[in-house]
Design a protein around this ligand. Structure first.
Ligand code: KDG
Ligand code: MG
Length: 409
């Protein structure tokens, strides 16, 4: 079975998505996700110019060899654009292989290891009443664990806090990337954050009790010492994890954090390869792997990093924002269902408009995600509906400190 055609489709139903369609010579179609938030056209050009011509005529079943070929033959390895492009190919080929087998992908990965995936949803608020309402709405959606993000006194805009109030029952639809010609500038004050956040977790614990698993995303903004202080000050509130507490480039930073706090640590949503996790996993500096199939080269390397992590009792916590398309999301739900060391799955609902383009078979019942038993990844892509929503330039925001210094967002 040979690859006869490969097409790149960029669509923007309520945000931009890069989708790869691979068609075999006997007419089987596989779908892959190569979305890179704010840099979508770089991936689509990489695919169209440098990958698609190499795919035509290749054996559609040779997934590992195609992955290694795309990775090694470029000479220039790694990086988010390259790895998102390789991810799209890897996913589309797994989709094809599973469709040909007539099985959902998780069956090819070893079968289900659980009934479904335990998720966490997002809650945020500008003040405590708004945050509590948001926690209630998140629980009402079916999540059993909740990520807590809060406004910080004196800071005008903070990552993870939806701009508008979220009354109960209202669909959480936070998307930080703004459509428009230029990115928006936000501000930051680490001191205010370190003082304020523990008070918020204390209030949430008092309101919702000891048992609700709570998470928090530090979004790469702290130094090792600041992150240590935060981890330690949150210990009384028993977090499920503290995510991305220090910038991802420096794995040694987590040695400092680890020495100073027993708050569990998660990192890796901006990592691209297994090697980015090598030091962190082999030195047991983290508890959860935050990679996303779409930004990590696809299903094949996600499975490999989790097998490596399993030797150290480190679990999955795959990145699941809406900028991972329903295709990329389904791919990692299949991985999560099949591996033994699954931890938790971040789950942000895609918009109704996105779901018109991507027909998702996935179900979320009694707090458990299941990718469905449709053959393949379980997601169909409607090219006609996609064509109604052309690409729109969008950028993630950035941060400056009050004196104008650039800071991690
Ligand atoms: O595109 C950026 C988002 O994917 C990121 O900000 C979301 O940190 C994130 C998370 O944990 O979901
Ligand atoms: Mg994050």
């Amino acid at each position: 079975m040979r690859i006869a055609a490969a097409d790149v489709i960029v669509t923007s139903p309520s945000r931009n998505f890069v989708t790869l369609k691979i068609t075999t010579d006997d007419g089987v179609v596989g779908w892959g996700d190569g979305t890179l938030n704010g840099r979508e056209l770089a991936v689509s050009a990489y695919l169209a110019e440098h990958v698609v011509p190499l795919l035509i005529g290749r054996d559609a079943h040779a997934i590992e060899d195609t992955w290694q070929f795309l990775y090694r033959s470029a000479y220039w390895r790694r990086g988010p654009v390259t790895m998102a492009a390789i991810a799209a190919v890897d996913m589309a080929l797994w989709d094809i292989k599973a469709k040909v087998a007539g099985l959902p992908l998780y069956q090819l990965l070893g079968g289900a290891s659980r009934v479904g995936l335990h998720t966490y949803g997002h809650a945020s608020g500008r003040d405590l009443p708004e945050l509590f309402d948001s926690v209630r709405a998140t629980l009402a959606e079916g999540h059993r664990s909740v990520r807590i993000q809060t406004a910080i006194p004196g800071v005008k805009a903070v990552y993870g806090v939806a701009a508008q109030a979220q009354a109960s029952g209202e669909r959480y639809d936070y998307e930080p990337a703004g459509r428009g010609p230029l990115p928006t500038e936000e501000d930051w004050d680490t001191g205010a954050y370190l003082r304020h956040l523990p008070t918020v977790f204390e209030a949430v614990r008092n309101e919702f009790g000891a048992e609700l698993p709570l998470l928090h995303d530090g979004h790469h903004r702290m130094t090792p010492l600041q992150a240590s202080r935060l981890g330690r000050s949150l210990e009384p509130y028993d977090l499920f994890w503290l995510e991305d507490c220090t910038p991802a480039e420096n794995p040694q930073a987590l040695e400092v954090v680890r020495r100073n706090t027993i708050t569990p640590l998660a990192i890796g949503e901006v990592f691209n390869t297994v090697w980015d996790f090598q030091h962190l996993i082999s030195n047991q500096l983290i508890d959860y792997v935050r990679a996303a199939s779409t930004h990590f080269g696809g299903v094949s390397p996600l499975r490999k990093v989790m097998d490596f992590a399993a030797q150290y009792q480190i679990k999955s916590g795959f990145h699941g924002p809406t900028d991972v398309s329903p295709i990329g999301f389904a791919a990692q739900v299949h991985v999560g269902l099949s591996i033994h060391n699954f931890g938790i799955q971040e789950y942000m609902l895609h918009s109704d408009r996105t779901n018109r383009v991507f027909d998702q078979g996935m179900t979320f019942v009694d707090g458990y995600l299941h990718p469905s038993d449709r053959p393949g990844l379980g997601v169909d892509f409607d090219e006609q509906v996609a064509a109604e929503f052309p690409y729109q330039r969008a950028y993630l925001p950035f941060n400056r400190l009050p004196d104008g210094t650039m800071h991690d967002w």
